[in-house]
Ligand binder design. Sequence first.
Ligand SMILES: O=C(O)c1ccccc1NCC(=O)[C@H](O)[C@H](O)COP(=O)(O)O
Length: 235
Amino acid sequence: MKAGCRVKICGITNIEDAKLSAGEGADYIGVVIEVSYSPRSQTVKSAEPIFANAPVPAVALVHEMQPDRLTELVTCLKPFAVQFLSQDGAAMAGQLKKIAPGMEIWQSLFLPASGDSSSAFDCGTMLKQVEQCKEAGVDAVVLDTAAVINGVVRFGGTGTTGRWDQAAQVVADSTLPAFLAGGIKPENVREAVESVRPYGIDLCSGVELHTGIKSLAKLRSLMEEVQKAGGINKC
Ligand SMILES: O=C(O)c1ccccc1NCC(=O)[C@H](O)[C@H](O)COP(=O)(O)O
């Protein structure tokens, strides 16, 4: 098993970027599927070539997708995992694992943005959520940051860092592998990894040339910085 911090490159919109990310060392790629507020969103149909040819495990991200559509997605794309941005991963896990045994279920959980000291956060409550997810068959959680952009709440892909002190508390006692997401980029990834010690990191806008297109130079620089991060991450 890999010892260091896993890396998931998300918001992939084309197979070239999937291959670029994997070639630079990504462990997973993520594709946002039919999420209205994402500028990187793909349809099940347009995502087919990415999932069919992905060189590393590919994760399908969904938000409040109807169960019938979810079944179609799983049948067509055969993702390594479905990641729920809305809080329905635990409720859907049992049903999805019946139709796709072996497929993982990931659940995004949202922390306040850094600098936001007014939003209530209770580590114990989040750890209970993690435990409930685990009992329901969820395999991993992604600690991300939600933010209001142009008047719309976006659950991910915001480029906004979260409260890493709070993320570190959750990671330390999480009973599931926990990824850290939100505003991670080459310039801050070392601090993110060394201060939170997540199982993995998950990022999107920090390695883009422009929205929806990845940058080779930024991916390379990110991976170099991840390699430099010292210490042992949570397995
Ligand atoms: O990437 C998007 O456009 C996106 C939009 C809506 C929900 C999720 C989205 N991306 C999912 C991810 O897992 C991102 O990697 C994660 O949210 C972090 O994004 P970023 O802050 O841009 O690194």
